[in-house]
Design a protein around this ligand. Structure first.
Ligand SMILES: O=C(O)CCC(=O)C(=O)O
Ligand SMILES: [Fe+2]
Length: 318
């Protein structure tokens, strides 16, 4: 019940200062002897990887969720928490800035440059390794946002974040991932995230909108459920298809959690999002990251207006 399952020790200490950018590429900087090309991209030999690829693949194809403890320093996470608090305040003040995900619970989609730690997060070697391993060398970051379950938030219905694509249902492969990063230490009374391992493979028979399983299946999810108690600095990766929910927050503390959405070629989740970056920000990004971002480069960032969603409707907030 404690923390994430499938945790691996952090390799190379903590990251997130933003200064190690180039060396953060998990397979990068290989001294080239036996590196090769996959899908037109350079890849280094497997022995260069910092993390165990089989364990990553096994975790995501098996339980559907993996984690790395202590990936970031608490100071780095505290800064992220401050950034999210400011963005949350702005979003709540703007019509359509935050979307309801149930009582006292919001989702806010943000601009990458809205958080100081974006490069440190996206270039973290574990994030890069997991993306390359599961989604291939041409993966793309398509979404960044955060959920805030506030005090008084209720159990969400069990759900997928979007309907399973054919690639998964019949092709039997995962073509997208969601990374989650808590900005606070999570305790039992704070409405922890709950997930039913292995259910990314369930056929959506009787699912509402392809995302919400019928109540008659809840005992199956409850029997498998694992609650997660990440601490500041921990990061997880999951298939957004692994059935999960936020639980009721009985404490007097919010539990903000950052979400980074990543696609394999052909997954098309970018159609649901609209990442924007300014030119100076874009140009200052490491080249590797520019190659792995689906975004519009704009003169001036436009405020993100969230449409009311099926999720909001189903989670009791529309
Ligand atoms: O509470 C959480 O951590 C996740 C919430 C969630 O799954 C959602 O709103 O889609
Ligand atoms: Fe969700």
């Amino acid at each position: 019940m404690e923390g994430f399952n499938n945790v691996q020790p952090a390799a190379g200490g903590q990251h997130g200062t933003g200064q190690e950018q180039e060396s953060m590429v998990a397979y990068g900087n290989a001294q080239n002897d036996n590196s090769g090309q996959i899908g037109g991209k350079d890849v280094a030999p497997t022995k260069e990887a910092l993390y165990d690829i089989a364990e990553i693949m096994g975790g995501l194809y098996g339980e559907g969720v993996i984690g790395l403890k202590g990936a970031f320093s608490r100071e780095w996470v505290q800064e992220l928490g401050e950034d999210l608090a400011g963005l949350y305040k702005d979003a709540l003040a703007r019509p359509g800035g935050a979307v309801g995900r149930g009582r006292n619970r919001h989702y806010v989609e943000i601009h990458p440059e809205g958080i100081r730690g974006f490069v440190g997060l996206a270039m973290h070697p574990w994030v890069v390794t997991v993306c390359e391993a599961v989604l291939g060398p041409q993966y793309k970051i398509v979404e960044i946002g955060f959920d805030v379950p506030n005090p008084g938030a209720l159990d969400q219905p069990w759900h997928r974040d979007f309907p399973a694509p054919d690639d998964t249902l019949t092709g039997r492969r995962l073509n997208s991932l969601a990374f989650n990063l808590t900005t606070v230490d999570v305790y039992e009374d704070m409405g922890p995230f709950e997930i039913a391992p292995g259910t990314q493979w369930d056929f959506p028979v009787g699912f509402d909108h392809g995302m919400f399983p019928p109540k008659s299946s809840y005992p199956r999810y409850e029997a498998r459920a694992q609650r997660k108690y990440p601490k500041m600095g921990d990061i997880s990766a999951r298939s957004a298809l692994t059935i999960h929910r936020g639980t009721a927050n009985h404490s007097n503390k919010s539990r903000p959690v950052l979400v980074l959405g990543v696609d394999a070629p052909g997954a098309n989740n970018h159609e649901r999002h609209d990442l924007q970056v300014t030119r100076p920000f874009y140009e200052a990004l490491p080249g590797y990251l520019r190659d792995h971002l689906t975004c519009r480069v704009v003169d001036k960032l436009e405020p993100i207006v969230q449409a009311h969603t099926i999720e909001g409707l189903m989670m009791g907030d529309a």
